[in-house]
Design a protein around this ligand. Structure first.
Ligand SMILES: *Cc1c(COP(=O)(O)O)cnc(C)c1O
Length: 231
């Protein structure tokens, strides 16, 4: 990294402002209130120094894909910025559910019965109740998490009825090589017929299309923080 920390921090502040402006423009173009869209700044693989300028600029919602990484990075930052909210956007193992429920305000990756059961137990046992999104594998990619679209209605009903979970919406990650719009439209249809109002969809390369299809939560990493050095 040849850039100094302070110039990198200035870039992040400027990137964040540019992304916010693009979200507002996309909302306006779709006839939607920009305030109905939550920007989740995806800070995975970026350290506290990178996250700090975003916090200072008033960014509240942050996404992480690993429980361990979030647990190491965020508690001291949240102490100084108590309004910050953390979103888990990566796969959740059942043995990390307790830690995830403690740490995160929203979990976007609920996708199987065993996880639903563990979440229900943990939410009952603790005072915390994170917002829950069911992840749908709209592209039926074998390597990707998420319930298959044909199982989504049944799984959502099972989460509600059998486990008493309050599901707030759906999440998807469209296949990287495809036009994302049909996937966004598909996810919105599944949500509508299940009475779900929140849609977690749209990343750096496609968030404007996601907003056109009703995204309420866009998850944006590289457009704010730059390229990630690890995978
Ligand atoms: C990394 C990640 C993002 C952010 O991706 P960018 O292309 O960097 O904006 C969004 N959602 C999920 C689930 C991710 O893992």
């Amino acid at each position: 990294m040849t850039q100094t920390d302070s110039s990198r921090q200035a870039d992040i502040t400027a990137n964040l402002a540019a992304v916010r402006a693009r979200i507002a423009a996309a909302a306006q173009a779709a006839g939607r209130d920009p305030a109905s869209i939550t920007l989740i700044a995806v800070s995975k693989f970026h350290n506290a120094e990178a996250v700090l300028p975003a916090l200072v600029a008033g960014q509240c919602d942050f996404g992480e894909n690993r429980v361990q990484e979030a647990a190491a990075k965020w508690p001291p930052l949240c102490e100084n910025f108590p309004e910050c909210r953390l979103h888990l956007i990566g796969p959740l193992q059942t043995n990390k559910v307790r830690e995830a429920v403690t740490l995160f305000d929203a979990i976007h990756t609920l996708d199987r019965e065993r996880l639903a059961r563990r979440l229900a137990d943990e939410i009952t046992a603790s005072a915390k109740s994170p917002a829950l999104f069911v992840q749908v594998n709209t592209g039926l990619e074998p390597q990707k998490a998420g319930v298959a679209p044909k199982d989504a209605d049944r799984f959502i009903a099972q989460c509600r009825v059998e486990f008493g979970l309050n599901i707030c919406g759906l999440m998807c990650i469209p296949p990287a090589q495809e036009n994302a719009s049909p996937h966004f439209k598909f996810l919105a249809e599944i949500a509508a017929r299940n009475g779900l109002r929140q849609l977690s969809m749209g990343m750096s390369d496609d968030f404007e299309a996601a907003i056109a299809h009703g995204a309420t939560h866009v998850r944006i990493g590289s457009a704010i923080f730059g390229a990630r050095s690890q995978r």
